[in-house]
Design a protein around this ligand. Structure first.
Ligand code: GA4
Length: 330
């Protein structure tokens, strides 16, 4: 970690090599959810990268933009007003600290609980009715997309019924989380010629089945390629959703799909706003390879666990830890 004595605002935020234009993810799979070839293309992308860009998803751009502008309005408030909506654990506003075990990043965020298709009533943040309405409208839409994507995954894998995966996230009591991230421009490093940028959100895999991310026009998201671990930058696209395979889906598919390591690099000039839906199962759900996917004599690569057990272990870990390693059979 590099600590810059002259720039206290970024003290203790780890630095990353600034992305070069050549680091762009040239082979990024782009899947049109409305096309008949979507199930096969989605399964391919999940096997190769654990990641793809989704278009033709049907979430109206104006629902995304309404939420984005409410989020911008929220984050533009005075720090003491935002702090009143914190801390982020279990749910609410957080700044720079991620999780409970010492991870930090150049961002502020809202971490929110979702019940069925809307913000949980038990989650009083944000209190602004217009912001809540925009969140609810977007969450209802993106959650449907998550179910369609999980169905397409099952179809692409040749599993019956096609609801085998989607039912876990759609079930009453499923553990869904929503997060709105704001990465302010990191001006302190601008022009220092370090070839380094502040870490917005450090590298990690998501614990759930899948995550659907939408961002404004500021790039910053990077993924690690499975082949060689190379980090590549994902060009932003305000109309698209980016889909990440999470650890639970890796286990449910006995490693056919692999969760994707990703991170966010802060921009020195522009702010980035992203909103992410995390689709998890209910707490008691057993996370084990779907029997339909196990060939003759094929054993699970993982020890048996429930989502509640995995989640508990995840919250004790550091962001960059390989959380699945503890659940691998030797
Ligand atoms: C990563 C995915 C989601 O953002 C999140 C994160 C959670 C948090 O920010 O509180 C965690 C992280 C995420 C995985 C390991 C633990 C928990 C921070 C952290 C260090 C909300 C989630 O579900 O897991």
């Amino acid at each position: 970690m590099v600590v810059l004595a002259s720039t206290p605002a970024v003290d203790h935020i780890p630095l990353l090599r600034s992305p070069d234009p050549g680091d762009y993810f040239a082979g990024m799979p782009v899947v049109d959810l409305s096309s008949p070839g979507a199930p096969r293309a989605i399964a391919d992308a999940c096997e190769r990268f654990g990641f793809f860009k989704l278009v033709g998803h049907g979430v109206p751009l104006n629902a995304m933009e309404r939420l984005e502008s409410e989020a911008v309005r929220f984050f533009a408030q005075a720090q003491e007003d935002k702090d009143r909506a914190g801390p982020a654990y279990p749910f609410g506003y957080g700044s720079k600290r991620i999780g409970l075990n010492g991870d930090v990043g150049w961002l502020e965020y809202l971490l929110l609980a979702v019940d069925n298709a809307s913000l949980s009533a038990a989650c009083p943040v944000p209190s602004c009715a217009v912001f809540r309405a925009a969140l609810n409208e977007y969450i209802a839409a993106v959650r449907k997309v998550a179910a369609r994507v999980l169905e397409a995954m099952a179809e692409g894998l040749g599993i019956a019924p096609v609801s085998a995966l989607s039912a876990m996230v759609a079930a009453e009591g499923s553990d869904q989380v929503f997060r709105v991230n704001h990465y302010p421009p990191c001006t302190a490093l601008h022009g220092l010629g370090l070839g380094r940028s502040a870490t917005g959100f450090g590298e990690h895999t998501d614990p759930q089945l899948l995550s659907l991310l939408r961002s404004n026009g500021t790039s910053g998201l990077q993924i690690a390629l499975h082949d060689d671990g190379q980090w590549v930058s994902v060009p932003s696209d305000r109309d698209a959703l980016f889909v990440n395979v999470g650890d639970s889906l890796q286990v449910l598919t006995n490693g056919r799909f692999k969760s994707v390591k990703h991170r966010v690099v802060a921009n020195s000039l522009k702010s980035r706003v992203s909103m992410i839906y995390f689709g998890g199962p209910s707490l008691g759900q057993r996370i084990a390879p779907l029997p339909q996917l196990l060939g003759e004599g094929e054993q699970s690569l993982y020890k048996d666990f429930t989502w509640s057990e995995y989640k508990k272990a995840a919250y004790k870990s550091r962001l960059g830890d390989n959380r699945l390693a503890h659940f691998h059979k030797l």
